[in-house]
Design a protein around this ligand. Structure first.
Ligand code: TYC
Length: 107
C-alpha cells in the first residue's frame, strides 16, 4: 500500500509529464531600432546602455549598424518586456524631442 503510493508519487504519476510544459520557453520578440536623420548618436548610445543594458562597445556597434544600415536589434525579450523597453525608449526620446522609433518583431 505505502509502496504503491510511493511508486505513483503524490500526483499519481503526472509530475514528470508536467515538467516540460511548466518550464516552456516564452516566445521571444526583437526590439528593432530604426534610423532617422535627427536623433543624436550620443542619445542612441545612452538609450542602448540605460534601457537595453548594453556595454558602451555593444551600444556603439548597434548604433552604427542602425545609422549605416537603417535598422538594428537592440535586444530580444518576451513580449511584455519588449513592450516595456519600447515604452521607455519612446518616452525618453519624446521627452528629449527626438524622433527615434523602434518596432517589435518576431525574433
Ligand atoms: N542617423 C542619426 C544621426 O546621424 C543617428 C541615429 C542612429 C539615429 C541610430 C537613430 O536608431 C538610430 N544623428
Amino acid at each position: 500500500m505505502a509502496d504503491r503510493v510511493g511508486d505513483q508519487n503524490q500526483a499519481g504519476g503526472a509530475v514528470k509529464e508536467r515538467v516540460q510544459e511548466n518550464t516552456k520557453e516564452p516566445t521571444l520578440y526583437s526590439v528593432v531600432l530604426l534610423n532617422d536623420d535627427y536623433t543624436p548618436m550620443q542619445f542612441v548610445l545612452d538609450v542602448l546602455e540605460a534601457v537595453f543594458q548594453k556595454s558602451p562597445a555593444e551600444a556603439y556597434r548597434i548604433m552604427m549598424q542602425v545609422h549605416l544600415g537603417g535598422r538594428g536589434v537592440a535586444g530580444i525579450y518576451p513580449w511584455e518586456v519588449a513592450e516595456t523597453k519600447v515604452d521607455a525608449l519612446l518616452s525618453r526620446a519624446r521627452e528629449a524631442g527626438h524622433p527615434l522609433q523602434a518596432t517589435i518583431e518576431d525574433a
